[in-house]
Design a binder for this molecule. Structure first.
Ligand SMILES: [Cu+2]
Length: 132
């Protein structure tokens, strides 16, 4: 009878130990998975435009791109400063969004239909110097 009790005690002890080990391993795995970082990239490039209304339209089009965290177009320099999460979007997607709203960027020409729909004061000169 004593032998039986002893072996039960030994089995229980082993059971406890293996249980504890499993829990520890799981915790370590979870901690590793949480460690992910955002990759914010800042960029400036030329965009043609005339006035404050252009600024609104250009910045609105950039902010509509998912992953963009900053958009600031300079009316004097004809240049935009943007910041975006590299894991969600890229520079070309931002150039294309601006072009779709009717404005020329250094890399993509503005959509002509959208340009025609811009208010008269916003129909900038296509030969205008960018990134001054
Ligand atoms: Cu304008």
């Amino acid at each position: 009878m004593k032998k039986v009790i002893l072996s039960i005690a030994v089995i229980t002890a082993f059971g406890f130990t293996s249980c504890k080990n499993e829990t520890k391993t799981e915790t370590e795995t979870t901690t590793t998975e949480v460690a992910k970082e955002m990759a914010i990239t800042e960029l400036s490039f030329g965009v043609r435009g005339n006035c404050g209304m252009c600024k609104n339209t250009i910045e609105k089009s950039v902010n509509s791109v998912k992953g963009v965290t900053k958009a600031n177009w300079d009316v004097e320099k004809k240049k935009i400063d943007v910041a975006f999460d590299e894991t969600k979007t890229n520079a070309m997607a931002i150039h294309k969004a601006i072009a779709a709203s009717g404005y020329d960027t250094e890399k993509v020409a503005g959509n002509e239909e959208a340009y025609k729909d811009l208010p008269g004061c916003c129909q900038y000169d296509h030969d205008m110097e960018m990134n001054q």
